[in-house]
Design a protein around this ligand. Structure first.
Ligand code: GLN
Length: 245
């Protein structure tokens, strides 16, 4: 079996080791004998994103979001929307997550346009939301906690048709108000969680791999791996975030 992963704007959208998500996905495929090809695509690249199995975009501050926004909308947006609707596995972190939505509105009321693939909007607030996060998954077929680290001023609000990735147990999540974190739509997931996220969330990582294999091969079984170290990191992240009730 073989998967292709597109890593969007790897040199621009890469906060707190977001690239580690791509490494975790590729290692966990390789350890099972699943071939995975990583293709970086950045500013200026004309690319048909609907041909990939997995698409990843990391986080970036307002500056990087401004730098990529028109390329993202006009050179990648249409085929990324097509990919999302057709069930491609997409993971977007923080600044990348915000740009899957309609817009990110900065404190100066500047509107950084997103690609509008998801009905969500983000408004910058004057207080940054920083710290360790623990959420409980709200994704079908994925149970348990997801852990990470957030640092954003944006407050994201989901449209009516969208579900969150999880319910906040510790931290702020989408906006610090409604107890939601991230978004889950078809096989697309957006989240504020850096960390990197996937290395210490092996269950979520395998969920993404399973979804990609299911879509491509109709296959859901993947070989279990020894996750002792990854699960220890997961538990430690919960411990430092405080007791979860
Ligand atoms: N500019 C965004 C915010 O602060 C994204 C930050 C990030 O990707 N960490 O909300």
């Amino acid at each position: 079996m073989e998967l292709t992963l597109c890593h969007l704007y790897p040199e621009l959208m890469n906060l707190y080791g977001d690239r580690g998500n791509v490494i975790a996905l590729s290692r966990r495929c390789q350890w099972r004998g699943i071939r995975i090809t990583i293709e970086p695509r950045t500013l200026g690249d004309e690319v048909d994103l609907s041909s990939y199995d997995i698409i990843f975009i990391g986080g970036g501050q307002d500056r990087e979001q401004r730098l990529i926004c028109s390329d993202f909308r006009f050179k990648k947006g249409a085929s990324l929307k097509e990919a999302i609707e057709s069930g491609c596995v997409v993971l977007a972190i923080c600044g990348g997550y915000q740009l899957l939505g309609r817009a990110y509105i900065t404190l100066e009321k500047e509107e950084i346009q997103g690609i509008g693939a998801l009905d969500l909007v983000t408004y910058a607030g004057d207080r940054r939301m920083i710290g360790n996060v623990v959420i409980e998954s709200r994704v079908d077929g994925l149970t348990g906690t997801i852990v990470g680290f957030e640092n954003h001023s944006g407050r994201t609000y989901l449209g009516d048709g969208l579900s969150p990735l999880g319910k906040v147990l510790r931290g702020y999540g989408n906006n610090g108000e409604d107890g939601t974190e991230g978004v889950s739509y078809r096989n697309t997931f957006g989240t504020y969680l850096h960390g990197s996220l996937l290395p210490k969330n092996p269950t979520f990582t395998d969920h993404l791999i399973r979804l990609a294999l299911l879509r491509k091969y109709g296959e859901t079984e993947i070989t279990p791996l020894d996750d002792a170290l990854e699960q220890a990191a997961h538990r430690e992240a919960i411990r430092i975030a405080g007791e979860v009730s």
